[in-house]
Design a protein around this ligand. Structure first.
Ligand code: NDP
Length: 463
């Protein structure tokens, strides 16, 4: 027997914490996992899962409109927000139950309490002010939306945390930010009938993505009726006599809306966690500093997922968790591979992407070939909807390696998953060319773009 109460104590019941706890307990380790809110973390409770459900909900009005072109007559339609919120709640409660069940089946001890560090091997459970000890402690407490304290009136704004459970659907909303959350929620609210405006400080939304995807999505969103104000910021928010929000912007005057939502990034949940007491180092953003094996500077303490400053994505936290367990409990050091992570923005249309943007590739390689297709998806021919799909492959001319693959269009997220396998495997453009097309699909375009649309030599575009 060791001198500790547990072999592993996990703080945080989100994707990374639950996976670590379940795997380690399944190996017979004595594991406890503490969660102060609901099991499932941001992804299940107020992130990816409810978001995707709301994306589905917001797409129906276009489906109803499109149906006419295929011979259908759709009667009067009506949307009820409360029904959607209740259905979402039921589903995330079911998933939360599965997370708990997985831990129980593996014989991990579930503690419904906040847990804070009291030393390198000691944790204080705040619910009953009890101290427990563990040989290893894993911090997997995630993050929360940036509150933007610098903005006068920030307390009058909501974040994605509140957006899912608003008592009623607002008539109008202003969303601040140009990243994943801002763009996804702008499409959700617009699709549900809310007058939606996006305000973003940069020149074009989605700064980390390929220019073609950014411009294409911007145009598609505006064509739907979403107002996008780039190169602008909010200066203050006040409440008027009718309970509406009056937002002073730098370049577009005052805007009056029912709700203001901040989507300006997320910050790690490290405050008040006892990290200073235990001597755990944080970086300038307040994230726990870890090495390639998720080890902090304190040898008994580890951290993974959004509380570290790596890539804020659920599958990344899960992958880091599996590497952590493999390294610490199977004596097989494995570090997570953060290269070539495929990702999707569940905007409407979606963006699916993996690897380098054209601009990033042109900065790194001397000779780049760009294969680009822009076309009207087949469904739009009968529905009459004016929309475009854009596909793009960025290829290093020197060795024919596909450096980046980018899709804007229906099911782009699904395509990104498979493109991720191809690019991770190091496929060349010739591999794409010798792959038979699946017909008729949109994705077949990815294997039938035989001639480069243009090249970039030394960063300069040539035909
Ligand atoms: P992002 O980092 O994607 O975007 C933050 C946005 O806020 C950027 O447009 C940024 O501008 C802007 N911003 C930051 N600070 C300020 C400021 N002070 N004033 C004005 N604008 C500001 O964060 P999100 O909040 O959208 O999402 C958080 C993370 O969650 C993402 O990074 C992503 O990893 C994850 N996520 C993933 C999803 C998915 O996989 N589909 C969905 C939702 C979230 P700039 O670009 O100029 O820096």
């Amino acid at each position: 027997m060791t001198e500790y109460d547990y072999d592993l104590f996990v703080i945080g019941g989100g994707s990374g914490g639950v996976r670590s706890g379940r795997l380690a307990a399944g190996m017979g380790k004595r594991v406890a996992i503490a969660e102060e809110f609901r099991f499932g973390g941001t992804c299940v409770i107020r992130g990816c899962v409810p978001k995707k459900l709301y994306v589905y909900a917001s797409q129906f009005h276009e489906h109803f409109e499109d149906a006419a072109g295929f011979g259908w007559t759709v009667g009067e339609t009506r949307f009820d927000w409360a029904t959607l919120v209740a259905a979402k709640e039921k589903e995330i409660t079911r998933l939360e139950g599965l997370y708990r069940k997985g831990l129980e089946n593996a014989k991990a001890e579930i503690l419904n309490t906040r847990a804070v560090l009291a030393g390198p091997n000691t944790i204080r459970l705040t619910a009953d002010d009890r101290l427990v000890t563990a040989e290893r402690i894993l911090i997997a407490v995630g993050g929360h939306p940036t509150p933007h304290h610098d903005l006068p009136g920030h307390d009058l704004c909501i974040t994605s945390n509140e957006a899912f459970d608003l008592p009623s659907l607002p008539g109008s909303i202003l969303i601040a930010g140009g990243g994943y959350i801002a763009v996804e929620f702008a499409n959700i609210f617009h699709g549900l009938g809310v007058e939606t405006t996006l305000i973003y400080r940069g020149r074009e939304i989605l700064s980390r993505f390929d220019q073609d995807m950014r411009r294409g999505l911007h145009a598609a969103m505006e064509a739907k009726g979403i107002r996008i104000l780039c190169e602008d910021i909010m200066q203050s928010v006040v409440e008027d006599a009718d309970g509406r929000r009056v937002v002073a912007t730098k370049n577009h005057g005052d805007l009056v809306v029912d709700q203001v939502m901040l989507a300006l990034g997320r910050v790690p949940n490290t405050r008040g966690l006892g990290l200073e007491t235990a001597g755990v180092a944080l970086n300038e953003k307040g994230a726990v500093v870890v090495d390639a094996f998720s080890r902090t500077n304190v040898s008994s303490i580890f951290a993974l997922g959004d509380v570290t400053d790596r890539v804020q994505l659920t599958p990344v936290a899960i992958h880091e968790a599996m590497c952590f367990v493999e390294t610490e409990f199977r004596d097989n050091p494995v570090s997570p591979d953060h290269d070539m992570i495929a990702t999707a923005v569940f905007s409407q249309p979606e963006i699916g992407t993996v690897g380098m943007s054209e601009d990033a590739a042109a900065k790194r390689f001397d000779d780049i070939e760009v294969y680009r297709a822009e076309f009207r998806p087949m469904k739009a021919t009968l529905s009459g909807r004016s929309e475009k799909t854009i596909m793009k492959l960025v290829v290093n001319a020197a060795d024919r390696k596909v450096l980046g693959a980018h899709v804007l269009g229906h099911d782009a997220g699904e395509m990104a998953q498979l493109l991720g396998v191809s690019l991770k495997a190091g496929c060349t453009k010739d591999d794409f060319d010798r792959t038979m097309a699946v017909h008729p699909t949109a994705a077949e375009e990815l294997v039938t773009m035989y001639q480069p649309s243009y090249r970039l030599r030394g960063g300069v575009r040539v035909p």
